[in-house]
Design a binder for this molecule. Structure first.
Ligand SMILES: Nc1ncnc2c1ncn2[C@@H]1O[C@H](COP(=O)(O)OP(=O)(O)O)[C@@H](O)[C@H]1O
Ligand SMILES: [Mg+2]
Length: 258
């Protein structure tokens, strides 16, 4: 019998992280592991340090204390197997959808791809977000929801192990937001991608997350965790969704000053 080699299950591990500006700590005591293919929602009120933490965990800013490892290696700079999506899609107006999605593959740290493999990856990502018929459209010709689909395709084209998403749907109307939440879950399941989704929206966290981590306080700390095992699609399990919502609202009222 041959023993199977252990496959590392952790995508990201943050140990006792503190991040701030100057000497001031904005978040501290942050210890968090994100498994491969796991969707973790970091939930917290405005200003509690969610974006600061996300940037630090993604290697975009330095830590005051602690360490972050990604796929078992210390993370000191943004990693080619991680991708980011923000509230604003940040598309380049002079590139069409295909150009914008391909743009994410051209960074120096990305492994070089053959021209045909690159084109296939870009086309697959555009197709996955439902924009094949808009592949030649320019950003000015897209709705807000379509532009955010392009941003998602640009991130997924890199085939990331982990997607960092900072309030990616906050600027969208409620109907488009619901569509995008469902699309995100479908795509990361299909792409086998882990997600750290930052949100201030309790319903978004419940609909999307495998695990919700609540952040509160000043400096911000991780104060509660919920494993969400409600079957998907979760709209079909309204009672369980409402029960969890009440529990989270209760925790916000009593335990966690926001
Ligand atoms: N570049 C910066 N310089 C100084 N303080 C900052 C900077 N960015 C954010 N902050 C402060 O850090 C705190 C947390 O901000 P942020 O991480 O953006 O919170 P959230 O994403 O949860 O709304 C806020 O008090 C904010 O004013
Ligand atoms: Mg923020």
């Amino acid at each position: 019998m041959t023993a199977l080699a252990a496959v590392p299950v952790t995508a990201l591990y943050a140990s006792d992280v503190r991040i701030g500006y100057g000497a001031k700590a904005v978040v501290e005591d942050i210890t968090l592991a994100i498994d491969k293919q796991e969707i973790v929602c970091l939930l917290g009120g405005s200003g509690c340090g969610k974006s600061t933490l996300l940037r630090g965990l993604a290697g975009l800013s330095g830590l005051q204390h602690g360490s972050v490892s990604f796929l078992g290696e210390p993370l000191l700079a943004p990693h080619p197997r991680a991708a980011l999506v923000f509230q604003q899609p940040s598309l380049l107006p002079w590139l069409d959808v295909t150009g914008n999605v391909g743009f994410g593959l051209d960074f120096a740290r990305q492994p070089a791809l053959e021209r045909s493999a690159r084109a296939a990856r870009v086309a697959a990502a555009i197709d996955a977000v439902g924009l094949s018929t808009h592949a030649k459209a320019f950003p000015a010709q897209l709705s807000g929801g379509q532009a955010q689909r392009v941003a998602l395709a640009r991130a997924l084209a890199r085939q990331p192990e982990l997607l960092f998403a900072d309030e990616p749907f906050s600027a969208l109307d409620a109907i488009t937001r619901a569509e995008m939440q469902a699309l995100l879950v479908e795509l990361v399941h299909r792409w086998h991608t882990a997600v750290l989704l930052v949100t201030h929206d309790i319903d978004e966290a419940i609909l999307v997350a495998d695990r919700i981590v609540l952040m509160a306080g000043q400096p911000g700390r991780l104060v509660r965790t919920w494993h969400v095992d409600i079957p998907r699609p979760r709209h079909a399990y309204a009672e369980q969704v409402i029960a969890l919502r009440l529990e989270i609202v209760g925790a916000l009222r009593t335990g966690a000053p926001l």
